[in-house]
Design a protein around this ligand. Sequence first.
Ligand SMILES: [Zn+2]
Length: 144
Amino acid sequence: MVLIPDRLTRAEESEWVETMLERLARRETRRRPSDDTLATQASRLSAQYLDGRAEPSSVRWVDNQQARWGSCTIDDRSIRLSDRLRGMPPWVIEYVLLHELAHLLVPGHGPDFWALLQRYPRTEQARGYLEGYSDATGSPATDP
Ligand SMILES: [Zn+2]
């Protein structure tokens, strides 16, 4: 919805609407590249650490995941990362992304799973970071 200020002439009004629509469109395109960036990052991580075997159908940021850092749905191979990760160091975000990618290959958290994650050099460090963050903020500390 676009709220139009009072007392504008027709011409001013349509010019104003135009401006608002442009602004909204710009905001949209700003939002989209970040999901694109995630997808690019996902294929790079998959190639580098999972022999390119993890191929998600979509990777995106979501703002409705308070208890988990990331999640994946095996059936449709979609991956979601919590908005709360934004602003954390890149290697932490990479770890969570790789964690979810690995779940596309190995569902649980058994030895097979962690063997895959050990290929990423900063796995332990990232887990420690997230644990510390959860402790400090009192947020639920579920492993992704
Ligand atoms: Zn997991």
